[in-house]
Design a protein around this ligand. Structure first.
Ligand code: SF4
Ligand code: F3S
Ligand code: FES
Length: 242
């Protein structure tokens, strides 16, 4: 209930699971006093510090930069540090992202996610001798891949994609976003290699254009559009068409 000071009671239902101890996951209810401009991460901290120190979740920067606190909130992947109490209502369900093995409570195993990320070679590939100064490109060339530089590798897109849920071997949207960032960089020479990797059976074609990824991205990246651009580049064999 809201009060004159803006303090209200948040009823929060958290999915708990400790695989070496619990037979299966279970829900636990908490009631927390919170201000409207508190963030979900503040609410979780209050639970941990004042009610149950065993509640386990990741957070680090608490400013939407590190990508460590992605979780499923009321059925949608969000960063807990970017979600205000004012925007989530008085009853909230919080659970780990789907499609990731659960280590404990809200902490998921990101290793398979980063293994797929590495698969697309997310670094500049250019064997030409390094110039005396920087490798130049025009503002237009820089703009071409600007959006996909904003990825913070939180996994919210990958954890909300039904194609990932159905096939854990699929490379997933976050990896394609990071491949896009280099494929369309005029200084990079590894595009053909990455497009070959993404053209195989666990590459871009398993994307069914469901758009959950774009809705989930806390950085506002149009993930589906980036995937479509990579599909077109592979289909036409050039980045000029996409
Ligand atoms: Fe997170 Fe967006 Fe990057 Fe996906 S594309 S990992 S949702 S920042
Ligand atoms: Fe999945 Fe996004 Fe494609 S939700 S199917 S990666 S458009
Ligand atoms: Fe770093 Fe939320 S804690 S993005």
């Amino acid at each position: 209930m809201a009060t004159a000071t803006g303090t209200r009671t948040i009823h929060i239902k958290v999915k708990r699971y400790q695989p070496d101890k619990d037979a299966k996951p279970y829900w636990q209810d908490f009631a927390v006093q919170a201000e409207g401009n508190d963030r979900l991460v503040d609410v979780l901290n209050k639970i941990k510090w004042e009610q149950d120190g065993t509640l386990t979740f990741r957070r680090s920067c608490v400013h939407g930069v590190c990508g460590s606190d992605a979780m499923r909130v009321n059925g949608r992947n969000r960063l807990a540090c970017k979600l205000l109490v004012n925007d989530i209502g008085a009853r909230v369900t919080v659970e780990p992202m789907l499609g990731f093995p659960v280590i404990r409570d809200l902490v998921v195993d990101m290793e398979p996610f980063f293994a797929k990320y590495e698969k697309v070679k997310p670094y500049l590939m250019n064997d030409e001798p390094a110039p005396r100064t920087e490798r130049l490109q025009s503002p237009e060339q820089r703009e071409r891949y600007d959006e996909t530089t904003k990825c913070i590798l939180c996994g919210a897109c990958t954890g909300s994609c039904p194609s990932v849920w159905a096939n854990p071997d699929w490379v997933g949207p976050a990896s394609i976003v990071n491949a896009h960032r280099f494929i369309f960089d005029s200084r990079d020479h590894g595009g053909a290699e990455r497009m070959q990797i993404l053209g195989d059976r666990n590459g871009v074609w398993r994307c069914r254009t469901i758009f959950n990824c774009s809705e989930a991205c806390p950085r506002g990246i149009h993930v589906t559009d980036a995937i479509e651009e990579v599909k077109r580049a592979i289909m036409f064999g050039t980045t000029d068409i996409a």
